[in-house]
Structures are given as C-alpha cells and as structure tokens.
Design a protein around this ligand. Sequence first.
Ligand code: SF4
Ligand code: SF4
Length: 468
Amino acid sequence: MATFHSTLSRREFMKGLGLTGAGLGAAALVAPNFHDLDELASSADSHPTMPWWVKTREHEDITNEIDWDTFKAYDKTANPFPVVSAENVAMRAERDKKFDNDGIVQNLPGRNLRAVALADMVTGLQTAPPWDGPEITSPQSKGYTAWQDTPENNLQMVRAAVHLIGSNNAGALALNEHMLRIFDKGAISWEAGIDKGTLDSKKVYHIPDKCKYMLTYSIQQNYTQAKYQLRWDEETYGEGKLGQPMPLGRPTVHRAYGDGRYSDWMALRFVKNLGYGAYKAGVTANVALGIFSGLGEQGRSTYMMSPRNGLMNRITNYVITDLPLAATPPIDFGASKFCPQCKICAERCPSNAMSMESETTWDYGPGNRPGYKGWRMDWIKCQEMGAPSRCGVCHTLCPFNNPSEGIIHPVIRMTAANTGVFNKFFGEADRYFGYATPKTDAELEGWWTRDLSSWKGDVIHGTGQYKW
Ligand code: SF4
Ligand code: SF4
C-alpha cells in the first residue's frame, strides 16, 4: 500500500518508461508530476472503463476549441452533405465491378470469389428499429412503477447493459442549450405536456421535453479483420498511397453498421422496459455526441478516436430518454497533440480527402459544420473513393487502433496522454513497425485456414477484458 500511495516525479516517470539518456532532461520538463497514483486514477472515475492515464475535462470543454456564437444546430439545408455526381457514381460502379471481377477471374489472394462472397455476406443487414423504439408492453401498463434510482446509479446500470450489448465505451449527455445544438436544425420539437413522441407530416419529431438525457455508446469495429483490407496502389494513386480495399477485409465495415443497428434495438428496448421513453432521432453528426460525452477526441480523419479503440469506432449510437442519467465529461488522452504530427491516415488516403496540415482550422467545407477548431473532411473526394463500403483506409491506419497486448502500445498511449514530446517519434515508429501495412499474399490466403482455437479477432460482441 505504501508504494501505491507514492509520489512519482517527472524524472521517475520517464525513467519508468525506459526513456533515459539525452532526451530525458527535456522530456522530464514537460512530463506530468504525479503526486499520488490514487489521485491520478480517480480522475477517470466518470469513465470507469477508460485506462487510468486518460484525463477528464470540464463539461463541454472538449479538446477542440468551440465558438458557441457559430456552433449552431447543423443546418442540412444551408450546408447539405455533398452528393456525388451521377457521372461519378457510374464511374465508381464500373471501377468497383472491374476490381472485383479481376480478383475473381485471376483468383487473387484476398480478392477471389470466396473473399468477395465474404465481403457481400454482411451488406444490407442494417434494419433500423422505429425511431421511438420497438413496441413493448410497458412496466406501468403491467401495474409496476418505472425503475427509480439516482442519475449516477442509472448511468452505471445502462453502461452494464450496453457492455453486454457489445460496447466498451458508454457515457451520457445532459441535453442543455449547448448540447441541443448537436442536433440537426429543426429536426426536433421539444414538447411540454406530452408523454409519448410523435412524428408529423413535415418529418419533425415531437419529443416530450422531460427527455433531457442522452445515453451515448460507441460501436467498435473489428480491427483484426479491418487490416485485411489494406493494399498498396501507388500506380493509380501515387507514392505511398493505398488503394481500394481487399474484399477479405471489407466485412468489418458493414458488420459494424449492422452491430450498430442491432445495438439500437436492444438499447432502446432496455430503456423502454425500465418504464421510460427512448428515442433515436435528429442527429446527423454522431461524432460530436461521442466527443462531448467523453468517449473520445476528434482525430485528423474527423472521426472520433478513443483511447482503447483508436479510429475503430464506426458510429456513436444514442438514446434520448427521460431516464435520469449523470452526464459524463469530455476526455483528453493526447490525441489532439498526436494527430498534428502523425498524419499517417492523410498521407496514405488514396483520394487526399484529409488535411496534411499540422494545424487545425476553423474553416469548413461542404457537409462539415462550422463553430469548432479541428479537422475537416473533403466529403466529395472521400465518397468518390467509395467510402464507407469501398474505403476504410484511414480508420484502419491509426496507431491508437493497436490492441493492448503488445507491450509498446500501452506505454506509448499513456506517454502521449501526458506529453507530446515523443509524438513524432511514435508516429514514425508505427510506420517502421508496419502495423498499418498490407498483408502478404500468404497471410491473405492463410486467413481461411487460421487456427480457430486461438484466433482473437472474430468476436465482436462481448468486449472482454483489457490488459492495460
Ligand atoms: S475513407 Fe475517405 S478519407 Fe478515409 S482513406 Fe478512404 S477516401 Fe480517404
Ligand atoms: S492516424 Fe494519426 S493523424 Fe490520423 S487520426 Fe490516427 S493519430 Fe491522428
């Protein structure tokens, strides 16, 4: 116990990481001074599934700067998500058809008929539940009262349920005046004196104004499988560029979308069965929900990066409810300082849809929202490349995706959370170790005969235990 309640100096911290020598002096100046490990660990109390080195911030104080004068409800009419031209849709369809055909006819590893069959087995399995949740017989109609507990205990309860559903990362938002700006403009009318939500002929959702809480949870994507989609294509896209994904890795994307829908059904039904309203409507920018409720930070790719899963979060799901939930604060695990130097996602993106700048910006283009200093995406370029089903290169490249089993990655993550001194080195190390490089032909074909008794990459539901 005496050693647990220890005081750890900056120098000792860096030494403990094995970072001795010439760089120690400079690094120690900017590394944290941990007065008590209990104190440090307790900073993550509001996110109990987060590693101990993740810091929490004040509510609404995300690591992106926000200008609340311009951060308004997302206006889909004034700033619609860009639509790819018919000509480009046709070009893309022809290109994708040829890509799959070449793989099948030439029986190429990762692209042959069985790989394409695998890619296609999960597409389209995404039936959404009704926006106001599946039909249930409420506990009140059976003579019971709704579940009663404190907002904190309720949060713990829904996290436990959502963990069973398959998310290791859940939080909550208080839907106050600022947080309501995450919703699409005019999508929802918050009504006093109604008990049940309705949808009118103008597609406006009318939701009881007592529903001022939101459960948020991220849907993880299968990283082991995602890496099977990477392939170099410098001939088409230029030096250092990856190309269209291997069919063998493509199921990861649609499986995650399918998991998201399946999770919607269960989470909405769980909350309704407790005797409360449960709605999912009115939000296009789901990334912001996760960032404001502390599930992650915004990465260069514009998506949410989380400490455990990196960019392997396909979507942030949510439930609007009157079940009282304690709001969870934003987090800082060093991503906002890591991305400016890393750039690997942008560097290898075939369509150059992401910024290669070292600085974030207030500028925004079509389909991006104003009001925050951060990263933006060129959605036309990205969609023309085929995202989301025909490109997920950027998601797959992030160094924060790497699982906790490797000894270097927990060390890197906790260091990056506390000092940016080594970020450039860590980014280079990730390239050097080749975590984000395509598989060999032998590895692609070897997937079909992998050892099923020890393979760790197939179970998506059931988030298990980490070894941080
Ligand atoms: S999904 Fe879009 S942004 Fe990401 S690598 Fe592909 S084209 Fe680039
Ligand atoms: S790949 Fe690098 S630059 Fe891109 S989101 Fe991840 S850490 Fe940031």
